[in-house]
Ligand binder design. Structure first.
Ligand SMILES: NC(=O)c1ccc[n+]([C@@H]2O[C@H](COP(=O)([O-])OP(=O)(O)OC[C@H]3O[C@@H](n4cnc5c(N)ncnc54)[C@H](OP(=O)(O)O)[C@@H]3O)[C@@H](O)[C@H]2O)c1
Length: 250
């Protein structure tokens, strides 16, 4: 075995593209999961021009057939997967503030298809290949808005946020992370959730105060944890602790 194989979902722009760029910069072969071929190829080209061993793979995380095709390709070409970054995610405005009383089930279903069910589909399809790697890492790109402790802290910066769709999808992702970590605790695989912090990307109309590159640092840290590193944590930007990196409460 010579190189490290990393698959990043939703890697054609934003934090995913920055994550692929940084992992590629570390010498990993980066598989650019993107649901749109043109956007995926453009990202592949950009990363290759920058010196990375990047390869576009067609991947819509809500489409089980597309996920199965990626698993088949990775098995055939590489025989294993060392790093999986479940980065693809969406936010839906729903035309309102997302208050529980205003939230529609249709919105939740659409959001969960990508942010929650997509992660399970991708992870379970790739797990046999992650098990074949000597020390695989799974990074689920979550958010502090998925932390019930952060969202209900009356002294915290997010206490005024009373939205259900996106935060509840990330809360579900946090639980998935904790349970995958528990199931895999006797293996060499580490599973953690990343909090990139509020980064300027298309997801939020580029309103974030951090850059996509800074957000990607969090995923890269968790994707490159050493053998004695942790598993089953929500780790990343700590707004309430003054902006450093560290463990956040679930
Ligand atoms: N930006 C922030 O402040 C922030 C904070 C906390 C967490 N996050 C999380 O960070 C992750 C990346 O978000 P971002 O801010 O970089 O947003 P972004 O720029 O909108 O990028 C989202 C990426 O996900 C892809 N995607 C969406 N649905 C997909 C699907 N069904 N299959 C495959 N790919 C899909 C998008 O592809 P298309 O180009 O085809 O749409 C795009 O590549 C998300 O999980 C988000 O929830 C972001």
């Amino acid at each position: 075995m010579t190189n490290t194989i990393a698959l990043i979902t939703g890697a054609n722009k934003g934090i995913g593209l920055a994550t692929a760029r940084q992992l590629g910069g570390l010498g990993m072969t980066v598989l650019i999961g993107a649901r749109d071929a043109e956007r995926g190829r453009t990202a592949e080209r950009e990363l290759r021009d920058g010196g990375a061993d990047a390869r576009f793979v067609p991947l819509d995380v809500t489409d089980a057939e597309s996920v199965a095709a990626v698993a088949k390709l990775v098995e055939a070409e590489y025989g294993r997967l060392d790093v999986l970054v479940n980065n693809a995610g969406i936010i839906l405005a729903d035309g309102a503030r997302g208050l529980p009383s205003e939230t529609t089930v249709a919105t939740l279903r659409r959001l969960y298809e990508t942010n929650v069910f997509g992660v399970v589909t991708v992870t379970n399809a790739l797990l046999p290949l992650l098990r074949r790697a000597p020390a695989a890492r799974i990074v689920n790109v979550s958010s502090e808005v998925g932390s019930i402790a952060v969202m209900t802290d009356p002294n915290g910066a997010l206490f005024e946020l009373t939205s259900v769709p996106y935060p509840s999808s990330k809360a579900a992702l946090n639980m998935l992370t904790a349970m995958y970590a528990k199931e895999l605790r006797d293996t060499a695989i580490k599973v953690n959730a990343a909090n990139p912090g509020y980064c300027a990307t298309d997801l939020n109309g580029n309103s974030g105060f951090r850059t996509a590159e800074q957000g990607a640092e969090v995923s890269v840290h968790l994707a490159t944890l050493p053998t004695d590193g942790p598993s089953g944590l929500l780790w990343g930007f700590q707004m309430d602790a003054g902006g450093g990196y560290g463990v956040l409460p679930w």
